[in-house]
Design a protein around this ligand. Structure first.
Ligand code: PA5
Length: 402
């Protein structure tokens, strides 16, 4: 379950402000309920049940044959799965297979190290690119495939290479068809940063041994129960934005949520940052960042608001010296800092997860995807395109062809 603490915004968000969004928000709700956004309230948009079975089967066989599973992709093609895997896997005693994310940079150092690290290990790869033309994953895949061709014969390669791409077009689709590699489809309607619950995210998550059925159960529950909360959250963001709060900190108190924050930064920056509009998202991991960024949130320029994601029930360690359970202490600090920031000039509010598990993670990620779509409509931009990203891709390609 999720619970919300939006009333901490009362000082900044007047009930009249909220009421003024009523007709606009009713129209947006209609779009989700049977209108042009209805596909976002149906899990089958993300994944068909036969496809999910195939994903689980393939993931199981990959788990049996490799020590290292390399996931190649950039932006929306990897951030969601990394967020889920980091959140739900042990931090240190990592289970087999080890998962390495590649193709998110073109820094040679990482490639030299990774290729050397995996050369004598049993490996499998999943390359993910909707367009099939993005530079970074394309370079990574060429390098990894070359290495694998030196290690494995054709029939082994077919067991170890999985391609996730568009159903009909692009070089990766052609390769999957010509070589007979296993492939999964990125649904046309679902863009990169909204694709974590499609084969883009579900296949790597499944290879990591995470229960995708429970994850999708959380998504389904969010589709049934969280749309109104997402509309409220998006509306509060929009009101604050119109009061010149143009930076939002996504703040967490558990390092395992580090990549959830990265995914949120991408979701909101790429969906809303266009036409000279948008709230700039930043991330804070506390209590670590209270000793750096916290100063700015408390007393710096008055341009910020904060959305905290808390975990109510976590593991516990009793600290004799203070007679406190450490989880209780962490959450007490979270609430006190929220109060301190709100008493300063940073509106600060908490979204609580009961616990950090598959179902709550599915639920909260779907909640935020709803909020990104709703917020984009309120802002008057298209939350599904990314013309700025296309522009950098175009210029780098032009540079390459000189
Ligand atoms: O969210 C998005 O659409 C982007 O971040 C893309 O996922 C990213 O640019 C990678 O694109 P592709 O999957 O076509 O390689």
């Amino acid at each position: 379950m999720l619970s919300y603490d939006f009333e901490t915004y009362d000082k900044y968000v007047d009930k009249n402000d909220l009421n003024s969004y009523k007709s606009k928000n009713d129209a947006i709700r209609e779009k989700f309920h049977g209108g042009e956004l209805a596909y976002w309230t149906n899990v089958a948009t993300y994944i068909k049940s036969e496809e999910l079975d195939e994903i689980k089967r393939t993931a199981q066989s990959i788990r049996e044959i490799c020590d290292v599973f390399i996931v190649i992709g950039i932006g929306g093609s990897y951030m969601g799965s990394k967020a889920v895997i980091e959140a739900l896997s042990p931090m240190y005693k990592r289970p087999k297979p080890e998962i390495i994310f590649l193709g998110k940079n073109i820094n040679p150092n990482e490639y030299v190290e990774v290729l050397d690290y995996v050369k004598d290990k049993d490996i499998a790869v999943n390359v993910i690119s909707k367009s099939g033309t993005t530079l970074e994953p394309s370079i990574a895949f060429d390098l990894v495939l070359d290495l694998m061709k030196n290690k494995y014969d054709e029939s082994e390669l077919k067991k170890r290479v999985v391609i996730t791409t568009d159903e009909t077009s692009g070089t990766l689709r052609e390769l999957a068809d010509s070589e007979g590699y296993t492939s999964f489809v990125v649904p046309t309607v679902v863009g990169g940063r909204y694709s974590v619950f499609t084969p883009v995210g579900l296949f790597p998550i499944s290879v990591a041994g995470i229960d995708v059925d429970k994850l999708l159960m959380g998504v389904k529950r969010a589709m049934e129960e969280e749309l109104d909360n997402a509309i409220t959250y998006a509306t509060i963001r929009d009101i604050l934005y119109n009061k010149d709060k143009c930076i939002e900190s996504f703040t967490v108190y558990d390092e395992r949520l580090n990549y959830l924050v990265e995914w949120l930064k991408q979701l909101f920056a790429e969906s809303h940052g266009k036409d000279n509009k948008g709230i700039f998202p930043v991330g804070n991991i506390n209590t670590r960042d209270l000793h750096s960024m916290g100063q700015f949130l408390q007393e710096g320029k008055d341009i910020l608001f904060e959305t905290i994601i808390g975990i109510k029930n976590n593991r516990s360690i009793f600290i004799e010296k203070y007679s406190w359970d450490l989880n209780d202490m962490n959450n007490m600090a979270l609430e006190k800092v929220c109060e301190a920031h709100s008493n300063g000039h940073t509106p600060s509010s908490i979204i609580w997860m009961d616990s950090l598990d598959e179902e709550n993670l599915g639920r909260i990620m779907q909640f935020f995807m709803f909020a990104a779509i709703v917020g984009g409509i309120q802002l008057g931009i298209n939350p599904f395109d990314q013309p700025g990203v296309q522009e950098y891709k175009r210029l780098v390609t032009e540079g390459l062809n000189k």
